[in-house]
Design a protein around this ligand. Structure first.
Ligand code: SF4
Length: 75
């Protein structure tokens, strides 16, 4: 199981996560921030529980994120 967390409030909309892990991320046309597809929101923090296939691309996205608002955990 892989858990991806997006601290969306501080996202600056740089688009890196979308470029690196396009299966999981999209840019919002409404506010210019990225959206973690299928994630559940709680107090502005978005969480997606998914499988191992998501690990590599999202770890790369987390590394590339200039404001460190993506967290990837393997449990
Ligand atoms: S890489 Fe980070 S700052 Fe850039 S759009 Fe994705 S979540 Fe937002």
């Amino acid at each position: 199981m892989v858990i991806i967390t997006h601290f969306r409030k501080k996202c600056i909309g740089c688009n890196y996560c979308v470029e690196i892990a396009h299966q999981y991320w999209r840019m919002s046309k409404k506010d210019g921030k990225s959206v973690l597809l299928g994630a559940k929101e709680k107090k502005g923090i978005f969480t997606l529980r998914t499988n191992e296939a998501a690990l590599e691309a999202n770890q790369s996205a987390a590394k590339a994120c200039p404001v460190n608002v993506i967290q990837v955990k393997e449990i």
